[in-house]
Design a protein around this ligand. Structure first.
Ligand SMILES: NC(=O)c1ccc[n+]([C@@H]2O[C@H](COP(=O)([O-])OP(=O)(O)OC[C@H]3O[C@@H](n4cnc5c(N)ncnc54)[C@H](OP(=O)(O)O)[C@@H]3O)[C@@H](O)[C@H]2O)c1
Length: 256
């Protein structure tokens, strides 16, 4: 039985793969970089003795989920755990980015994630128990000037996951959505997060190992919605009770 993890070449996805390998799941790792995937696959096989295969592909391309599913079927892999983790953000004014740049992010963070769920659901339902773990973000809990699209894609992930969990309540498939806060990964480099925002996050940043362990435990416990870390939970609560104009001003102040 395989666990398929997107964005498994580094960061949170790599650590989720390791957590699942510790629990003796065979693994399918997906990301763009073949060389990094090969390294991670070797490391996990050596340390945990599970089977690991990988597919290097760009999940922001249209029909990426269909291509992944085809490859899985051709290899006759039976997937019982689907982890949709690959995603990224880009900091800056909405107008700074081209239509194509914005579309890439929306494709990866939302469209491929949704289509992965859709493509793999029939296979997941054939198991007596199966799991979907979708990675959103603490930015799902408020509008975020300077990361407008990213935060909007993540509230999509959160609400889609919750609704899907409800629809599947009488099925063998459990859906969990985890919303990490600042985590020490390459995310910040790719997003080009300004120094001021990185500094603000320094005191609360979590390790990808800690986030991965909380995520995998929550998934197997059948939890619906999880925010790792007390400060991140508090942040989401404050964003919920505070007037939106204030939370948006505070967030914008950190990023400007
Ligand atoms: N780090 C944070 O502060 C933070 C906070 C909240 C939520 N998150 C979420 O956590 C998830 C994991 O992020 P991370 O922090 O671990 O970032 P990361 O270290 O940058 O890892 C991202 C992973 O996704 C893969 N990926 C990126 N673009 C891809 C594409 N187009 N097609 C296929 N794979 C792609 C990357 O591999 P390649 O580059 O080789 O493709 C890598 O394996 C994301 O959904 C992110 O939004 C992160």
């Amino acid at each position: 039985m395989y666990a398929l993890i997107t964005g498994a070449s580094k960061g949170i996805g790599k650590e989720i793969a390791i957590e699942l390998a510790k629990k003796k799941h065979d693994l399918i790792l997906i990301a763009r970089s073949a060389s990094q995937l090969e390294e991670v696959a070797k490391e996990i096989k050596r340390n945990h003795g599970v089977k690991v295969d990988f597919l290097a592909t760009d999940l922001s391309f249209p029909d990426a989920a269909r291509e992944v599913f085809k490859w899985v079927e051709q290899n006759n892999y039976k997937v019982s755990v689907l982890v949709n983790n690959a995603g990224y953000g880009s900091a800056g004014d909405f107008e700074k980015f081209t239509i194509e740049q914005n579309r890439d992010m929306m494709n990866l963070n939302m469209i491929t994630l949704t289509e992965m769920c859709q493509m793999f659901l029939p296979m997941l339902k054939r198991h007596s128990q199966a799991y979907i773990l979708n990675i959103a973000s603490s930015t799902a809990y408020q509008a975020l000037p300077q990361m407008a699209i990213y935060a909007a894609t993540k509230i999509f992930v959160l609400n889609f996951s919750r609704a899907l969990k409800f629809e599947l309540k009488d099925s063998p498939v459990s859906v969990t959505c985890v919303s990490p806060g600042a985590t020490d990964t390459n995310f910040n480099v790719r997003a080009d997060i300004p120094a001021k925002a990185r500094k603000a996050a320094e005191k609360v940043v979590m390790s990808p190992q800690a986030v991965a362990k909380i995520s995998v435990d929550a998934m197997f416990a059948g939890k619906t919605e999880v925010i790792p870390g007390f400060i991140n939970k508090l942040g989401a609560f404050l964003a919920w009770i505070a007037p939106k104009a204030i939370t948006e001003k505070v967030a914008a102040g950190i990023y400007e």
